[in-house]
Design a protein around this ligand. Structure first.
Ligand code: DLL
Length: 436
């Protein structure tokens, strides 16, 4: 197998070289952030650490962590290091309550991201000759536009279909000759089902590579997508707080995880309970520090994603560390059809609705390949005896509010007072019946 690199020198740089690049970038970053962003300065002062204390990569562990709540507390732009007139784009993702977390990019950041994303596409085997069918959602979500700029940077042809309308997607795939498919893995399976329903044999299409991410998926699911879509399926990881898609990408040796673009994103694995840094190969929470971002750099961001880091050489020749497929999360975030959903957001909506009690449960399942979410909530005594029309309106109202705030369509089931099981300890808010 011949390997194509996007930036061979950096992708295959021996560790010493790579670490020296990381260290000099880290020092610059910490000095800049300390000087320009008050919330970082306050936290570093409280921890008794100054930019000059960062002398080696191991000194990173002296710096305080950043968590999603820090973004919320400084909503929307409080953690930006540059004035807004230098910010050329913002994206947002779900926060734990009502407010999204907002991230920003300078023109240079967009360039860096496009380049990193082109590197990811190349790592998966895509070339400038590909027709890249981008079914990640375009909008505030980083998936669509993030991947799009990378496709163009690679010099391939971008087909910006965005998500939804599977039949049309398949017609486009067929007529335009899409060779690379970018989507969530569950949507890829959904497309395979629609193809089947339309009587189209995937072998009659030109698809050859799939670049699937934004939600967890298993090796079994990989086998299924590969078989049903007749392509090689690879995993792509990213998160808006760190940049978006392209933070890490599997090469064609898919056995040992995704290569992290470590010259831009410095990874650590920590014990989620103690915050202690764990040695290579151990499982824990993934933490990232951005080394090159201008508008919204982030220091030691706790992703809540569970993974491991492998530093052994890869058969593809890349020296960039690999992260294991995400095997879980340390919090209760759900990913429903690619949308991040926190139970606390659902609760936030329900608390604002007259006629329901604070007793609820979220049931997540899969209908075919599509995630479904049902919110069961107790209706207040007085309301329950009311006419059906009133209950139906209440149901619709809750659905609408959830759609508005969380961006996800769900079913609502109003249940009689005192029918949702009371807990004796932590309430079990979520029942996830999906098998992935
Ligand atoms: O999901 C960015 C992205 C877009 C990645 C397209 C890949 C492809 P957020 O909406 O901020 O960003 O969600 C980030 O999604 O912390 C993980 O929990 C989860 N996630 C992302 N990629 C993967 C993956 C985008 N390959 C959150 N496997 C992350 C498992 C993933 N989980």
């Amino acid at each position: 197998m011949t390997v194509a690199y996007w930036e061979e020198e950096i992708e295959t740089l021996p560790r010493v070289g790579l670490e020296s690049v990381q260290l000099s970038r880290l020092k610059n970053l910490v000095a800049r952030v300390y000087k320009t962003v008050k919330p970082y300065r306050v936290k570093m002062d409280a921890a008794g650490v100054k930019p000059e204390d960062i002398k080696t990569l191991a000194d990173l562990a002296k710096l305080p962590f950043t968590v999603k709540e820090d973004l919320r507390d400084n909503y929307p732009f409080g953690l930006f290091t540059v004035p807004l007139d230098e910010v050329v784009r913002v994206h947002a993702s779900s926060g734990t309550t009502g407010k999204p977390t907002v991230v920003g990019y300078t023109a240079k950041d967009i360039k860096t991201w496009s380049n990193v994303m082109a590197r990811a596409l190349c790592c998966a085997g895509a070339t400038k000759n590909d027709m890249v069918h981008n079914a990640y959602g375009y909008g505030l979500f980083t998936g669509g536009l993030g991947a799009h700029y990378g496709i163009e940077r690679l010099g391939a042809t971008a087909i910006p279909v965005s998500g939804g309308n599977s039949k049309r997607q398949i017609t486009i795939m067929k007529d335009f000759g899409s060779t690379v498919l970018l989507s969530t893995p569950s949507y890829a399976l959904n497309l395979a089902d629609s193809m089947d329903a339309m009587g189209i044999d995937p072998k009659s299409l030109s698809l050859r590579i799939g670049i699937f991410g934004a939600e967890p998926w298993s090796e079994n699911m990989r086998d299924e997508v590969e078989r049903k879509l007749n392509l090689k399926a690879t995993d792509i990881y990213g998160l808006s707080e760190v940049m978006g898609p392209g933070v890490a990408q599997e090469c064609l040796h898919t056995e040992r995880g995704m290569h992290i673009s470590e010259d831009h994103f410095l990874p650590e694995i920590i014990d989620p309970d103690t915050g202690e840094v764990l040695p290579p190969g151990e499982k824990g929470e993934l933490v990232f520090t951005t080394l090159t971002k201008e508008a919204f750099p982030i220091i030691r961001y706790r992703t809540k994603d569970i993974s491991r880091l492998f530093y052994e050489p890869c058969a593809c020749g890349r020296t960039l560390v690999r992260m294991e497929k995400i095997t879980g999360r340390t919090d209760d975030m759900l990913i429903i059809r690619g949308v991040n959903v926190f139970p606390s957001q659902v609760e936030h909506v329900l608390m604002g609705v007259d006629g329901v009690e604070p007793h609820y449960q979220i049931v997540v399942d899969r209908d075919g390949n599509l995630d479904t979410m049902e919110v069961q909530v107790e209706v207040s005594e007085g309301f329950f005896s009311d006419e059906i029309r009133k209950l139906e309106n209440l149901n619709k109202y809750i659905q609408m509010e959830i759609k508005d705030l969380l961006g996800v369509t769900c079913k609502v089931k109003l249940v009689e007072p005192k029918t949702i099981q009371r807990s004796e300890g932590k309430a079990q808010r979520v029942i996830d019946n999906r098998r992935i």
